[in-house]
Ligand binder design. Structure first.
Ligand code: HAM
Length: 440
């Protein structure tokens, strides 16, 4: 056993685990391409300033940051969104809109470790920039649904909780708390895990003697699960009626989005749930998270609209919406349901070599076959036939190629099909064609 251990929260991928990871990435990539998204990436190391300013307090406390040898304050990226925003801002209006980009890459957060939370994890990010209307949300959330369906999960397994920071703003503004919205939403973000007394205490620190009333009105708003209930909730608060026009415009956006889900046959996947407000500081409108219906896992994915970030990065005024999906929770869900495939790396052919005299011929053929695109392996040391056939089986090869002295004297190679054990002799010069036929 080595004295050295990997750091807590950093995984090692032995080949079987690596194959699972490759599988996740393949599905992510295929589905994102189906929706016309283009792949990109940015640096994993950035200036600390980028995340301090943009990601918000919670992430700031989790940064893997340090000073480099040039005295720069730098940080591993905890998320991709600030980098994406900077990259788009740098090109200004030169990029053709809408911009539909995706990326698969590692992120680093110094988190308290728990189920579904590591310190290095891989995220798929998908973002649409340059579209202000809910058509962008529809496109992204339908992508998110197909991504999860791509792993064999259905309506009965997962769902999207859809919420809206705009509605929260209007609701809090109606009650006169427009300058305290971020602080209040931070409390709402932790509502499910927070005892009532603690919530009341925190709200009273913001709203004084109106703390209890605010707690009750938040409690009521959190129960809203459709647009009719939403209008009613506004009627119950003091300044609700003043929000008429703005509220109606927002209800229209919701209707457009919900009608879109209907048209795509996706309504069964989406639930209105105002308890989702998202911890990151830059979100401005619709926000959403994907969850396992059993709710035993943390969010599979989360995202939302962030209309101000590109401008804050010095770019044009450009609306944006996107989400990130991590590999950790997703793999947990697939394993819990027993639908993570078992992967075995196989090859086309394994060579069984009679002795040193036959090795040179076998090596020449191995090289030629590999150059023609076959995957081929052979024993690095000469040993008995029995042992070599065992190695051929263990390699998962479809075919064993036998290079014995008798065969080579006749100018042939014996080809053994490892599935049905049938054998044929093939002239060496026809080997490539024969192998291609056999593997077809
Ligand atoms: P986020 O909610 O912080 O959003 O992360 C999105 C997903 O990444 C989570 O739902 C979870 O699956 C995974 N994840 C986050 N932290 C960890 C962790 N420590 N260990 C394992 N998995 C984790 C964002 O990162 C936003 N930047 C997403 C976004 C893109 N918004 C707009 N565009």
């Amino acid at each position: 056993m080595s004295n050295f251990k990997s750091l807590p929260g950093f995984r090692e991928f032995y080949p079987e685990a690596f194959a699972e990871r490759r599988f996740l990435f393949q599905v992510w990539r295929q589905v994102a391409r189906r929706f016309g998204f283009q792949e990109f990436d940015g640096p994993v190391l950035e200036s600390l300033e980028l995340f301090k300013a943009k990601s918000g307090d919670e992430i700031e406390s989790q940064l893997f940051c340090f000073e480099d040898k040039g005295g720069r304050e730098i940080s591993l990226r905890p998320e991709l969104t600030p980098t994406l925003a900077r990259m788009v801002a740098a090109k200004g209006n030169a990029l053709k809109r809408p911009i539909k980009w995706f990326s698969i890459g590692d992120n680093f957060r110094y988190e308290r470790m728990q189920k579904g939370r590591l310190r290095c994890f891989t995220q798929l990010n998908a973002d649409i920039l340059g579209e202000a209307g809910p058509a962008a949300e529809l496109e992204l959330i339908s992508l998110l649904i197909q991504l999860i369906q791509g792993f064999g999960l259905g309506k009965e397994d997962f769902f999207i909780r859809l919420s809206d920071r705009n509605l929260w703003m209007l609701y809090l503004e109606a009650q006169g708390f427009e300058s305290e919205t971020s602080k209040i939403l931070e409390i709402v973000d932790k509502w499910e895990r927070m005892p009532d007394e603690v919530a009341c205490e925190k709200l009273s620190a913001i709203a004084g003697d109106r703390g209890e009333a605010l707690q009750a009105s938040i409690g009521g708003f959190l129960k809203v699960s459709n647009l009719a209930e939403l209008s009613n909730a506004f009627k119950t608060v003091s300044g609700g009626a003043d929000m008429g026009e703005a509220l109606q415009a927002r209800i229209d956006d919701w209707s457009t989005l919900l009608d879109g889900f209907d048209a795509m046959g996706l309504s069964g996947f989406v639930e209105m749930d105002l308890s989702i407000v998202r911890g990151l500081a830059y979100y401005t409108g619709f926000v959403f998270e994907a969850f396992d219906r059993a709710k035993s896992n943390r969010a599979i994915a989360g995202g939302g609209r962030y209309n101000n970030l590109i401008k804050k990065m010095g770019g044009p005024d450009m609306p944006a919406v996107g989400f990130g999906m991590g590999d950790v929770v997703l793999a947990d869900v697939l394993k819990e349901r027993g639908i993570m495939p078992k992967f075995v790396d196989t090859i086309d052919a394994y060579m069984v070599i009679g002795g040193e005299a036959e090795r040179a011929v076998a090596l020449a053929d191995a090289n030629a076959l590999r150059q023609s695109g076959f995957s081929v392996d052979y024993p690095l040391k000469t040993s008995g036939f029995g042992k070599q056939f065992k190695m051929a089986s263990a390699s998962g090869a479809r075919v064993a190629l036998i290079y014995g002295s008798e065969e080579l004297e006749k100018g042939v190679v014996k080809l053994r099909d490892m599935t049905d054990r049938s054998e044929e002799e093939v002239p060496r010069e026809r080997l490539i064609l024969a192998l291609r036929d056999r593997l077809r």
